[in-house]
Write a protein that binds this ligand. Structure first.
Ligand code: PLP
Length: 376
């Protein structure tokens, strides 16, 4: 499928999307239109299929807004109004964001922090989970997009089930779902969250939680915010096929096409292979230009890579960034606290030639800035 790109977005979202995905939004449908309701049904079932779980055990609940809204909805919905206590296992900005969400909701929260350039350390995770404290929800991020590090969802899940059998296990798989597989059942994941505009390559507009039904149904009445009540959203969807409030119709039509394209192109295996090829080209090329990665290859995702700022007086990130934008290439500022970094994503409608072109543009920009190529 050809793309109609403006700039190339080497970011964690919004991402470049295919022409077919964009064209799908040319139709105006009412929320009660049968075509739209079928599209919602198709999306919910296809996401279950991609997650390789059954509709007997799990359900997909889409929610308007960006991915953050959906993570917040899970935290709100799984936290009883009295006695809630959340544990966040955090090694980056998106873990920290979950802590902030709990604080905003005045939900008691503990955080166990880990270094930003490494995965969660299982021995420490076990020590905390087995400490005798009980949590109502244990939450972690699968691919910490702030660094690109991949966390061990299944190994943590086994520990959660062993030591915190009553807790809801929430995984923020925003930037990994559809590319880095997770066996939700084996890992005991109760809630896995992602959004339309990540590895499945839709446009922004909604997120979704893949929820274990039994747990979700036990959460009725918990949510302190009407619009984020995932149990309420689920019950209304089941009863009427409708969202509770104006649905993101165009975004969902686009996502239907994005899912079809994902499946036709070979599903998770093919998407992961393309992203991995993009990343290999990127990392090899960056190495040749003299850049170093924050996260070692063995912990890195095929989604986004953080590179250290070069230690050269001529390197000013803002100038580097702006000059790349002038050439149609959008990279992303860093989001870790331990080092000065910038990030380059390689998801969305980006292909090996796009990665090579980015590297070519970077070399040109470096020369324009008076930086040596390669860097010393
Ligand atoms: C792991 C992770 N969690 C949460 C979010 C927040 O998603 P959004 O920006 O769609 O609200 C992102 C965004 O990139 C992410 O990568």
């Amino acid at each position: 499928m050809a793309t109609t790109k403006g700039k190339n977005l080497f970011t964690p979202g919004p991402l470049n999307t295919s022409r077919g995905v964009k064209e799908a939004m040319q139709v105006d449908l009412s929320s009660r239109d049968q075509q739209f309701m079928s599209c919602v049904t198709y999306i919910r079932q296809t996401l279950l299929d991609i997650a390789q779980v059954t509709s007997e055990e799990y359900t997909v609940v889409p929610l308007q807004g960006s991915g953050t809204f959906c993570v917040e909805a899970v935290l709100q919905t799984t936290s009883p109004r009295v006695g809630a206590k959340v544990l966040v296992l955090s090694n980056g900005a998106y873990g920290c964001r979950m802590v902030t969400m709990c604080e905003c909701a005045r939900v008691d929260v503990d955080v166990q922090s880990f270094p930003e350039d490494q995965p969660l350390l299982l021995s420490k995770v076990e020590e905390v989970l087995a400490s005798g404290e009980q949590w109502t929800t244990v939450a972690m991020v699968h691919c910490e997009t702030s660094s690109g590090v991949v966390n061990p969802v299944e190994a943590v899940g086994r520990l959660v089930r062993l030591h915190q059998p009553k807790a809801a296990y929430l995984v923020d798989a925003m930037s990994s779902f559809g590319v880095i597989p997770v066996n939700m059942r084996a890992a005991g994941v109760d809630y896995l969250v992602s959004s339309a505009n990540k590895c499945l390559e839709g446009v922004p507009g909604f997120g979704y939680a893949i929820c274990r039904k039994e747990h979700l149904l036990s959460c009725k009445g918990n949510c302190r915010v009407l619009s984020l009540d995932l149990a309420g959203q689920y019950l209304t969807l089941e009863a009427t096929g409708q969202f509770r409030f104006t649905p993101p119709t165009h975004s969902m039509l686009a996502f239907t096409v994005a899912l079809r394209e994902y499946i036709e192109a070979g599903g998770l295996t093919a998407r992961a292979a393309r992203y991995q090829e993009n990343r290999v080209i990127l990392v090899d090329g960056m190495k040749k230009l003299g850049y170093t990665q924050l996260v070692p290859d063995r912990h890195a995702s095929p989604v986004i890579t953080a590179f250290h700022y070069p230690k050269h007086p001529q390197f000013v990130f803002k100038e580097f960034f702006n000059k790349l934008v002038e050439k149609g290439q959008v990279i992303y500022p860093g989001k870790v606290t331990i080092a000065d970094c910038f990030r380059v994503g390689n998801i969305g409608q980006l292909f090996p030639d796009d990665m090579r072109n980015l590297l070519f543009c970077m070399e040109e920009v470096m020369k324009e800035m008076g930086l040596p190529v390669p860097l010393p």
